[in-house]
Design a protein. Structure first.
Length: 249
């Protein structure tokens, strides 16, 4: 059995770690190459894009891949769509591995929005000092909000266009509650903008926002392609692959 994991997430790395020791199984993890110095999974790694769904389909055929697991970020909608199209074109079974999204709890003040532009539209009137954690590629959406100040956190430095008034904090998770409290207090932040990425690595900011009474603008994740099975845990993904290998559905 030959498995391609579209990765870049903690779940993708955990899945590779679970699969690589299994006998008669070749596992290749693919990273898009958009982050410098990425955390690498165990086993064979491929870096760089495929050239859209057609290029991915050609790679699946050339490498005789028998199963494709899309374990990319919940907001990597283009890659997920390419995986679904390539699977349909080649007959390779596709599984989406997505950690669950976050849920609002007592004391939270969330404003759910469908997109990044909707998040930018929601900011005026909510606050003036924004904790922006939606990634460096999202910054052009917020570039015109000159009356606001942004603390931007990203793994790599952003490219213009960017907001006129901002400070960039280069860092990667996991983040602690103590550290998030310190950032909010030090920079006098009064609103948080984030994507519904889910998971524990970056969840502390939500608890800190709750403690400080900050409104949270939460960007909803895109829906997965229709007809593609989806699981939430690595164990469920391993079970799906083992059923596939044994001839099950």
């Amino acid at each position: 059995m030959r498995v391609l994991i579209l990765g870049g997430t903690a779940e993708a790395r955990a899945l590779a770690a679970a699969l690589v020791p299994l006998p008669d199984l070749r596992v290749v993890s693919s990273l898009a190459g958009r982050v410098s110095n990425p955390r690498l999974p165990v086993g064979e790694v491929r870096e760089g894009g495929f050239g859209g769904p057609e290029g991915l389909a050609a790679w699946l055929r050339a490498e005789a891949v028998t199963a494709l697991v899309d374990a990319t970020h919940p907001f990597a909608a283009r890659m997920t769509a390419s995986a679904a199209l390539a699977g349909a074109a080649t007959g390779v079974p596709v599984l989406i591995l997505r950690r669950p999204g976050w849920r609002e709890g007592p004391g939270d003040d969330w404003r759910r929005v469908p997109s990044l532009p909707a998040a930018a539209d929601a900011l005026p009137g909510l606050g003036r000092r924004v904790f922006l954690t939606t990634g460096r590629r999202s910054l052009p959406v917020f570039a015109g909000l000159d009356e606001l100040w942004f603390l931007v956190r990203s793994v790599d430095p952003p490219d213009p266009p960017i907001p006129a008034n901002m400070r960039v904090l280069l860092d990667r998770g996991p983040y602690s509650l103590e550290g998030e409290r310190a950032l909010i207090g030090e920079h006098r932040l009064d609103v948080l903008v984030t994507k519904d990425s889910g998971g524990q690595m970056t969840m502390a900011k939500l608890a800190a926002a709750r403690e400080f009474g900050l409104p949270v603008v939460m960007v909803d994740r895109p829906a997965p392609p229709a007809g593609v099975p989806t699981v939430e845990t690595v164990d469920q993904a391993v079970a799906w692959l083992l059923r596939l290998d044994s001839g099950g559905a």
